[in-house]
Design a protein around this ligand. Sequence first.
Ligand code: PPS
Length: 284
Amino acid sequence: PSEEFMFRHKGFYFLPDLANPEYIDSLEHFVVRDSDVFVVTFPKSGTVWMQNILSLIYYEGHRDGTAKTETIDRVPWLEYNFNKMDYGSRPSPRLFSTHLPYYLAPRDLRNKGAKVIYVARNPKDVAVSYFHFSKHAFIFEKVPDFNILMERFLSGKVLASSWFDHVRGWYTHRADYNILFLTYEELKKDLRSAVLKICDFLGKQLTEKELNVVVEKAVFDNMKSDPRSNYEDKTCILEKGRDNFLRRGTVGDWKNIMTVAQSEKFNKVFNEKMKDLPFKFIWD
Ligand code: PPS
């Protein structure tokens, strides 16, 4: 992969410009508050979706449409501080998202005060989503051929490195964190139940009416048409007018692009690397 688009630090690929090795190292000592909530994902696994769900759960002004704040300002990325916020002076409860692997995450998270929500998505769809996103995102290297992207994905030469290591790392160290594991597919299957589970984990009591609004506003089509949720104005990331962060939002889109041979190769690597873990993804 081109160094113009990614740099490697401590075995992990980051986006340049928005992060550098010193900043990443400083995050080990980032002061975490017990009231903080971290969304942790491998890229293209439902980050923006979960950012939006948390924002809707926590902010009445988002639910009722009176506040115009964008999701990125409510749930900023820890390691990519796009809007140069002073995270230390943000009022509690602070919401963050991150693609960091467990071993580079703030140490304080292991005190188990703060909550972590990990969202995993079936990796074939992650690779396909990554491929499409990279075509229109300035921050990603354009890879013209899916086969090349897939090879890089399987060998961990993409942003956030290996999907397999990312999921395994967080999952096998789960006892060190106050963590809720969710899959993109379960959110798709029954968003309402997933939101209830999230509220339960966060200790947030929503009324029936509030819950209905969260679920309705977090549905793909509604998020796609809401500029606060879809990063429409982030022309520094994406070409304007092109597929934004909300592209298709389905389970099984990999079938539209992967050949049988590619799918079999993918299965082989998946089975080798994940066989001892209980992750069961809905693939279609
Ligand atoms: S990023 O760049 O890491 O922040 O991307 P991320 O948000 O993790 O992943 C983007 C994919 O998530 C899909 N998405 C959704 N799917 C269903 N419902 C909702 N509400 C939703 N919001 C985002 C988005 O469409 C991307 O997947 P693909 O398959 O490319 O459509």
